[in-house]
Design a protein around this ligand. Structure first.
Ligand SMILES: Cc1cc2nc3c(=O)[nH]c(=O)nc-3n(C[C@H](O)[C@H](O)[C@H](O)COP(=O)(O)OP(=O)(O)OC[C@H]3O[C@@H](n4cnc5c(N)ncnc54)[C@H](O)[C@@H]3O)c2cc1C
Length: 409
């Protein structure tokens, strides 16, 4: 007698969800559901602000990747997930029954209920968000008036966005930037020397950093800080904080107040055995950074553990691999951080570019005619814009040993 194929639903098809899909065996009936057409590579999204990257270079066709893995893709949004019934419902009216489900819905931008922020600040969470910021920047600069930018958040996204704005527009005398960070220093949680180095690099430009500062409200004219200071701003970019998607709480996977899905070390939900949660949406007993490299590894483990669960085998715990963090600061600097150790140097831009190229080529559907020119385009663009100027700069190469030695903490 042939065994009945088990149904596995994957909600969300970006880093964690798509990785899970590519790892799941074709002996199961797997359906990936995501509201948008494209996989998006967020770690290089800031480069849209300087046109170093194009939207096409950061996107891959989700349906083609899922099809190549032998599974089904539905472009839709899951509106209700009912773990006890093994069912989910989609905005388009469809319903799907599942034996197990991988939830990989990521995170949303978080304006922390600050009055006016959702209305007047621009989010920075997707390729479309980044294009909207780039367009707004261009329009404002063409007007030839003073362009005052406030960046809410001095974490990785805010700093990388600032770097690209400076790469493209730092010689424009009308531009000035205020970076507001609630923590005591820039890049909170990372070595303190980074804060000092960023401030040093920005000395020649009209950039002001305010740390231990909180935004109280945002309006069309600017922001007001908690201490009463008012800052005029023609463009307020919001990069501060992440929020959990409501679906997690509504499905009973998360408890208030934070709303991330509680999981066992195996990524199995603490509330429902048939649900596994991977990527930013998951709250492990020992928190891991909400970063793409963890989401990819969690996606792979969720796939393996769902198969073990369906076969009645023991589950395996998630062991986050220690990976260095690469932070690009436009064409001014790139940092590689491994624990307490920091390397800094423009040549490291090639390393960040390499991570991007390798992942995109591995994920791109094989044999898809459209992917060949896209891959060549990505490589050429990356080489032309980033690697070539950095790697072939003799001055930089000569300085390399010093830079590394100086920054090795
Ligand atoms: C500007 C920026 C820069 C970053 N830089 C880095 C970096 O340099 N290095 C790094 O490691 N990480 C970086 N990250 C973090 C990284 O992008 C995230 O950790 C990663 O995207 C998490 O992957 P995920 O699969 O959990 O979620 P996501 O990638 O957010 O994917 C979630 C998917 O779920 C879908 N979805 C959500 N709700 C539903 C629903 N109800 N129904 C159907 N589909 C749904 C969404 O459409 C989306 O495709 C950056 C993030 C940003 C925003």
């Amino acid at each position: 007698m042939t065994k009945k194929r088990k149904h596995i639903a994957i909600v969300g098809g970006n880093f964690a969800g798509l990785t899970a899909a590519t790892k799941l065996s074709r002996r199961h009936a797997v359906t990936v559901i995501d509201a948008s057409k494209h996989f998006e590579w967020m770690p290089n999204m800031h480069e849209l602000l300087s046109s170093v990257k194009t939207p096409q270079g950061l996107r891959l066709d989700r349906a083609a990747i899922v099809k190549q893995a032998g599974h089904r893709f539905l472009r839709d949004r899951v509106t209700a997930l009912q773990p006890p019934l093994g069912r989910l419902a989609m905005a388009g009216g469809r319903e799907l029954a599942f034996d197990a489900c991988i939830v990989a819905v990521g995170a949303l931008w978080n304006t922390h209920h600050i009055p006016g922020a959702a209305r007047h600040a621009l989010p920075f969470r997707s390729v479309d968000d980044s294009l909207a910021v780039a367009q707004r920047l261009r329009t404002l600069l063409q007007q030839g008036k003073p362009l005052r930018i406030v960046i809410a958040g001095g974490g990785i996204s805010g700093i990388e966005a600032l770097g690209e704005i400076l790469r493209r527009h730092r010689d424009d005398p009308s531009l000035s930037v205020e970076v507001i960070e609630a923590g005591a220093r820039l890049l909170p949680g990372l070595p303190a020397e980074l804060d000092a180095d960023l401030r040093r690099l920005c000395t020649p430009y009209a950039v002001n950093f305010r740390t231990a500062a909180a935004i109280a409200s945002v309006s069309a004219k600017g922001v007001r800080l908690a201490d009463g200071t008012r800052l005029r701003s023609e463009l307020t970019l919001w990069t501060a904080g992440l929020a959990a998607p409501a679906l997690l709480r509504e499905a009973g996977l998360a408890l208030p107040p934070l709303g991330w899905a509680d999981v066992h070390p195996s990524l199995q939900s603490r509330h429902f055995d048939s649900i596994f949660v991977a990527g930013d949406a998951a709250a492990l007993p020992r928190a891991v950074a909400k970063q793409a490299y963890n989401a990819i590894d969690m996606g792979a483990l969720a796939a393996a553990n769902v198969e073990r669960f369906l076969d009645g085998r023991a589950l395996v715990p998630f062991k986050p691999a220690p990976k260095p963090v690469l932070i690009a600061f436009g064409d001014l600097q790139t940092y590689l951080i491994a624990g307490r150790h920091v390397l800094a140097g423009k040549v490291l831009a090639g390393a960040k570019e390499g991570v991007y190229q390798v992942f995109m080529s591995q994920m791109a559907p094989e044999g898809a005619l459209s992917s060949v020119p896209a891959a060549i385009g990505r490589l050429w663009q990356g080489w032309r814009q980033l690697a070539r100027p950095q790697l072939l700069s003799l001055a930089d190469l000569k300085q390399l040993p010093d830079r590394l030695a100086i920054r090795l903490l």
